[in-house]
Write a protein that binds this ligand. Structure first.
Ligand SMILES: *[C@@H]1O[C@H](CO)[C@@H](O)[C@H](O)[C@H]1NC(C)=O
Ligand SMILES: *[C@@H]1O[C@H](CO)[C@@H](O)[C@H](O)[C@H]1NC(C)=O
Ligand SMILES: *[C@@H]1O[C@H](CO)[C@@H](O)[C@H](O)[C@H]1NC(C)=O
Ligand SMILES: *[C@@H]1O[C@H](CO)[C@@H](O)[C@H](O)[C@H]1NC(C)=O
Length: 509
């Protein structure tokens, strides 16, 4: 019997003019569930696109450091409408969830693709259309795709859940696990789903509307689930004996002010959970907060890019008056528990930073100009960890929303995570606009835009593996990653943002 797979479906408030406003999260794989199989080297990956496990650190331990200054070979496969996320299973395979993100081509709901990437190029092996939202007049929401411990693709799309045979694309389990989204007026819902049967085991009404994705992992022997709420709240639930119960003894608060927009998901790191505000565009600089998992009244916070914003454009008070957007933490923070480092970034300030976290609070290690909306990943062993994220070149110091949503060039940067030093960068790969990218096996990395899948190959550093699990050999190390994502919700606000074609990823956080 498989462990439970925790799928969170958040249905938030309000019926919009277009119909239902239901917001879905992807399944979250808990420590006790599928993610563990991947960690133990069974070669399975779960949503490599965003984080390795439910703790949302975005550390992908079974990956390798690249050779400094290496060149990248790029193979591309275009013409896929509306790609959102991708997962790998074994070397030579990648699967994409498409049909769900506005790009250049029309989209009509989830279509899953299988590709063969062995050999030099990329070949499509199958595709399965799960729904035609235009035909059945349903809401097209990205949801997510993961790979479970049985090697099945598990897809959340709109308010449906399906399992597919990854080798053939055949739908194994009907897509009716959720047949309707209850139209709650305001409060979100968390749903617990059995990882084998995909049956709904528990439905909890949450005490409010929750944005940000679910984070889940074991801390001091207990399996917790964390969510950020509105107004700066952070709450947690305990998962045990097959059910989820709110932990009333822990009620956290992350720092924000009245111009901040909500924080996205929390990353679990050491004794802390860490998050950053401004998941949506904001007139005020971002706050980053750590809350103790032991005692929620113990917190540390900093405004990582405030000083930089002052340098870029003097008076923040003036900007507020002029309604200048100064911050947008589009995706979510990355965190390295082995080195106790966290990595905030801001798409508007155009900066990425590394901060150390200890009982004394945050201490800045480095800050570099880099403009990204994407989930940054931590690759390699703990001694030689790299931070990988995109960079959008050529925009002014404080770009406008128009500029941030219509740019066309974007590429990847690989940095030494401890020092911020740039190790390598790819050529232009096209605008990802916050879409996640994903490490593959060995020396492969996948990067996609809304309609093109790119496979990058590069040289690995000739360094022995360290205890962190990285191998220098291009041999198929156990897969890269898993994990999950989340986001969401807040009915109308989110609906409005989603309508900004293609730029919508703020919400997927
Ligand atoms: C993938 O492609 C390679 C050649 O590039 C071929 O040898 C192999 O059989 C293909 N695998 C599948 C599952 O189609
Ligand atoms: C979905 O249905 C519409 C209306 O019948 C049709 O025009 C469109 O081509 C279909 N899309 C796909 C991907 O099959
Ligand atoms: C939402 O949850 C709060 C706290 O549990 C509760 O007081 C309130 O009645 C709920 N709202 C709705 C519309 O159910
Ligand atoms: C700073 O932003 C304000 C508001 O957009 C703008 O009027 C001003 O010109 C900017 N100053 C600089 C130095 O860019």
């Amino acid at each position: 019997m498989g462990a439970l797979l925790l799928a969170a479906l958040l249905c938030a408030g309000s019926v919009s003019a277009q119909g239902q406003a239901c917001w879905r999260q992807e399944p979250v794989l808990t420590d006790s569930a599928v993610g563990k199989a991947a960690v133990e080297g069974q070669g399975l990956t779960i949503t490599p696109s965003e984080a390795f496990l439910g703790k949302r650190t975005r550390v992908f331990p079974f990956t390798c450091r690249i050779e400094e200054g290496t060149d990248f070979e790029v193979a591309s496969f275009g013409g896929i409408p509306g790609i959102y996320n991708g997962v790998t299973r074994q070397p030579g395979e990648i699967f994409l969830l498409a049909g769900v993100i506005n790009g250049d081509e029309p989209i009509d709901g989830a279509v899953i693709y299988g590709f063969n990437t062995s050999g030099g190029g990329i070949q499509q092996t199958w595709s399965t259309q799960l729904i035609n939202t235009t035909e059945v007049d349903e809401w097209n929401y990205p949801g997510v795709m993961a790979l479970d411990s049985q090697g099945r693709l598990v897809v959340v799309y709109g308010y449906h859940l399906a399992a597919l045979d990854a080798s053939t694309g055949e739908v194994l389990q009907g897509f009716a696990a959720f047949t309707a989204c209850p139209l709650y007026e305001g409060n979100s819902t968390m749903v617990l789903v059995d990882g084998d049967s995909l049956e709904v085991k528990q439905v909890l009404e949450l005490p409010g509307a929750f944005g940000g994705r679910i984070s889940s992992g074991i801390y001091e022997g207990t399996e917790y689930i964390y969510l950020t709420g509105t107004g700066g709240s952070a709450l947690r639930w305990v998962y045990g004996n097959g059910e989820v119960v709110q932990d009333d003894s822990w009620q956290g608060e992350y720092k924000l002010n009245k111009l901040s927009t909500p924080a996205s998901s929390l990353a679990m790191i050491g004794d802390w959970v860490v998050t950053m505000t401004n998941g949506l565009q904001s007139l005020t600089p971002m706050f980053m907060t750590a809350i103790s998992q032991k005692d929620a009244s113990i917190t540390h916070s900093v405004t990582p890019f405030e000083a930089t914003l002052r340098e870029l454009n003097g008076s923040i008070a003036e900007n507020i008056k002029a309604k200048t957007i100064v911050s947008w933490g589009v995706s979510a923070i990355s965190a390295d528990p082995e080195n106790m480092m966290v990595y905030p970034f801001d798409f508007v300030a155009g900066r990425v930073a590394g901060y150390r976290l200890s009982a004394k609070g945050f201490e800045k290690a480095w800050e570099e100009p880099q403009r990204t909306a994407n989930f940054m990943q931590l690759l390699g062993g703990s001694k030689d960890r790299m931070l990988v994220g995109t960079n959008v070149p050529g925009l002014p110091a404080l770009p406008t929303m128009e500029e941030l949503t219509t740019y066309t060039e974007e590429y990847l940067q690989f940095r030494d995570a401890a020092s911020g030093r740039l190790l390598a960068e790819t050529p232009d790969l096209g605008a990802a606009r916050g879409l996640p990218s994903a490490p593959g096996f060995g020396n492969e990395y996948f990067y996609w835009t809304a309609n093109t899948l790119n496979k990058l190959t590069y040289k690995l550093a000739a360094k022995p593996a360290d205890e962190g699990g990285a191998s220098a050999a291009p041999a198929p190390a156990p897969a890269a990653t898993p994990a999950s994502a989340g986001t969401v919700a807040r009915g109308q606000e989110a609906a409005v943002t989603l309508a900004l074609a293609g730029a919508a990823l703020a919400l997927l956080l």
